[in-house]
Ligand binder design. Structure first.
Ligand code: FE2
Length: 264
């Protein structure tokens, strides 16, 4: 369900919110910005003060941008990978126009877990962790040592800010690759939603990584290629983090499946 956004972009819904994703026409062809929601004006002020006290530059955004995004309060900062981070409260709800997936997806899991997760490359893990943990208040969930053989070894760091196992994961790299965004993830309400999406992506030869189950969040998922060159993970039924959560490490990214499909 695409709706025209302010300016030159298309916006997409996943739930009762007016929009969750925006696709802008741009030379960048990468993540343009990521939005994080806080509860209210006091929480936005607190976040602004905390970021500034740590030395980050924070912009209190204009009424025009607030109205374009459809929020009551909006600040922005830049993360150490160079990604624009927007923090807001008071998003627009559209209960009067029920969300109906044109592809027949039964539901997307959002609510107090936000709209999914995204995975970024970072040239400086320490600086990125300072920004997301000390600045934004996220917590480390776990670490996976990802051995891609000739493709290299990567120490993936996963972070949560609610019950979702990770809202953000970071891939430390010596220098930023052409795409900062590795993939973003959407969680559906049922396994049938994932299977049907897999059929659609297979029909278009867009499966990048086969169906599998991750070791850390226990998500059942597959990955598809987007026209922008980064991937989209589509999954369901992960486990949540809880109060008894402790940080662990893993040697494998998946219990089974998740095999790379080589491009022809
Ligand atoms: Fe993922």
């Amino acid at each position: 369900m695409a709706t025209a956004g302010g300016g030159d972009c298309d916006r997409y819904r996943l739930d009762s919110r007016a929009w969750r994703f925006a696709v802008h026409r741009s030379e960048q062809d990468d993540i343009g910005y990521a939005g994080f929601e806080v509860a209210n004006a006091a929480a936005l002020t607190e976040t602004t003060e905390r970021l500034r006290s740590l030395g980050y530059q924070v912009t209190e955004e204009s009424d025009d941008l607030k109205s374009d995004r459809g929020v009551l309060g909006l600040i922005s900062a830049t993360d150490p990978s160079g990604v624009r981070i927007e923090i807001y409260y008071g998003a627009t709800e559209l209960f009067e126009v029920p969300f109906v997936s044109p592809a027949g997806v039964s539901s997307f899991l959002t609510g107090d877990q936000g709209c999914g997760h995204y995975v970024l490359a970072t040239p400086d893990l320490e600086k990125s962790m300072a920004f997301y943990v000390d600045g934004l208040g996220m917590e480390l969930s776990d670490i996976i040592d990802w051995d891609l053989g000739p493709g290299g070894k990567f120490k993936l760091h996963f972070f949560h800010c609610n019950r979702r196992h990770h809202t953000l994961a970071l891939i430390p790299v010596p220098a930023l690759p052409p795409k900062i965004l590795h993939h973003f993830m959407l969680e559906t309400g049922s396994l049938d939603d994932v299977g049907r999406a897999m059929d659609r992506m297979e029909r278009d030869s867009r499966i990048a990584i086969t169906f599998g189950r991750h070791t850390n969040d226990h998500m059942y998922s597959f990955y598809g290629d987007t026209p922008s060159g980064f991937a989209v993970e589509f999954g369901c039924s992960p486990r949540d983090v809880d109060r008894s959560w402790s940080v662990v490490r893993y040697d494998r990214i998946s219990m089974w499946g998740h095999k790379f499909v080589s491009a022809e």
